[in-house]
Write a protein that binds this ligand. Sequence first.
Ligand SMILES: *Cc1c(COP(=O)(O)O)cnc(C)c1O
Length: 330
Amino acid sequence: MWRYAAVLPVPFDAELTMGEGLTPLVAAPGTSALRLKLDFLMPTLSFKDRGAVVLAGLAKLLGAAPLVVDSSGNAGTAMAAYAARAGLSCEVFVPAGTSVGKLAQMQAHGATVRLVPGDRQAAADAAISRVGASPGCFYASHAYHPYFLHGTKTFAYELWEQAGGGVPSTVVVPVGNGTLLLGAYLGFGELVAAGLADRMPALVGVQAAACAPLAASCRAGTELSPTGTSATTVAEGIAIAHPPRGHQALVAVAATGGGFLTVSDDEVTQAARELAGHGLFVEPTAAVCWAAVRTARATDPGERSAVQELLCRPGVVVPLCGAGLKAVHH
Ligand SMILES: *Cc1c(COP(=O)(O)O)cnc(C)c1O
């Protein structure tokens, strides 16, 4: 991704990089009109490396430590790895139910892992208390820190380059905190502003039906609902009841003429199985977008919603964001 260093807020650091970015774009099962972007083929096996390398670069320049992170797993894993490369200590607050694969990865990198009883929000609250009580530490939060989005925006630059300077019709993204969504919005927006692209793709966000605060407020046409639930779902990486940048995510999606969809755990499990049957072993969270596409395509054209229609035209891109081994729970 450092081919785009000119638009990144920290300089290239040969000691920090592990060759993250420029992930493959391949044909989807059953149709080459739709492409899958394999963002699980990253150094720590999720798209979070795009943001983590930039954030760790900033912490290294500032000499700030420890890096404090809260995560359902992948952001913690990515920050732990890049903190290790930066020579900075790292503390990761995770929900007690986090998968053993993700925990093992963080521990292997030398991070201090703090298991927090309760849900994802409880882990975030614990990290924020830690940061508030310890001046000088670096809150390496993917949900809040703007530099993280400047890393994830490279996803958009790559799609543009891989399309020979074009833009997909629709980009479907998983949305918990919305860091890939907002990074994509930022990146495509910069390309349009620079005169390098002539339009934005429609951005469609996918949430788990059990925890879908953004899809719910989009549908109701209201502000973010204060009653977002944090019910459990197989899509553990997007179960975010109160995304801090939720309002921004709603605005971004609306500005591109996109929308939100929800998928059930059954649909996610089936989608993951279908991908694995085509050689692509991804964690359930990484299958939500493919699940939404499958359902839209299986729906009778006359019955499709306007947002589902956006998933059925040519030139759609779906990222696969996290590797399958990560979500092994025992
Ligand atoms: C983090 C993550 C997401 C969700 O990203 P947000 O920034 O919370 O929207 C989706 N899929 C995978 C595999 C992730 O690691």
